[in-house]
Design a protein around this ligand. Sequence first.
Ligand SMILES: Nc1ncnc2c1ncn2[C@@H]1O[C@H](COP(=O)(O)OP(=O)(O)OP(=O)(O)O)[C@@H](O)[C@H]1O
Length: 371
Amino acid sequence: MTTLALNNVTKRYGKDTILDAVSLSIEDGETLAIFGPSGAGKTVLLRLIAGMTEPEAGEILMNGEDLIEVAPEHRSVGMAFQNFALFPHMSAFENIAAPLEAKPAKGDGIAVGVRKIAELLKIDHVLNHAPRALSNGQKQRTALARALVGAPKILLLDDPLRNVDAKLRFEMRLELPRLLEGFGSTVLYVTQDYREAMALGDRIAVLMDGRFAQVGTPEEIYLAPATIAVAELFGDPVINLFDAEVMAEDGHVTARVGRARLALPAGFKAAAGRPVVLGIRPESVVRSRAGSAGAINATVAALLPLNDRMVRLLITEDGQEFYTSRDFGEGSDAGEGATLTIGAAPEDIMLFDKESGHRIAPDAAAGRPIE
Ligand SMILES: Nc1ncnc2c1ncn2[C@@H]1O[C@H](COP(=O)(O)OP(=O)(O)OP(=O)(O)O)[C@@H](O)[C@H]1O
């Protein structure tokens, strides 16, 4: 059993507070994706756990024991970096074996261990190559093999797929979860790519402005983002946001967005009168009947192909821009310049407090609107 906990950890560089009293707990065998914008402090967090730098305050516990007093080489932590950080004068084999060499001699055990992990990662045929004679994908696998070879209890992966091409990244996203599960390590996986975080993380910790803005399963974070900022980090195209006002009349709760009125679940009644920001994900925007209640008229300003989908940029009668990504049929009635009547199911609408940016959760107990 290896659990890792950070309690009120603060890290500063000069006047800059990079991590501001952050707390986090990671379960045994869990893969936790650390996701956040560039410069958020993701690498610093891993370096603290690895013992490459020390916090100004707080504690880092492994199985309840304070790690800060434990020398880096005794922490049972493996780490792979985004730039691979391979020793250029050593072969792939020697690079992978390096963490084992640092430990008391194990003779043949080292060669067996290196070959086993190299086979698993499909680099056994290039073990004699120097790093300069490896492709980027092979370098990345060599770095990963080096991190895994000592069967560390905790594996720290710092954006390991950033410098590999899109095809390999896609393959590794599918392969890595199985591989990591096989090792049984507790994994902290840093990435700047929300899709990677969602594909690989059992949970995701969203690091922003020196704090965890939200920690939860991929589904929780996507469907119930804690703040507007978190909602904007997940999804492509980005979530549509509108200034709105919530109204409750005759038991019906609606949001006024410009000239349009959108029906909301009754559970948002308590938000009435409050200025809010209304969020609708592009895939939740649907076409509705012209003139139907809660519909918005909008003109298609542009069609933007995105992977297998057609994204549309629409402009409402009030001049607000927003994206849709559902299949509206490729007929000319939804082409550039067409006027569409669109809406969203009440349960697909998110509300955020305009001032704080925090999501407003609907009150489930409020039940259905009074007919
Ligand atoms: N040794 C250091 N001395 C001073 N400042 C540092 C040091 N290491 C990191 N920083 C600063 O800490 C902040 C966080 O850096 P970090 O590398 O953790 O970001 P990150 O979230 O990993 O970003 P990216 O996704 O771009 O790799 C940055 O502003 C960086 O300049």
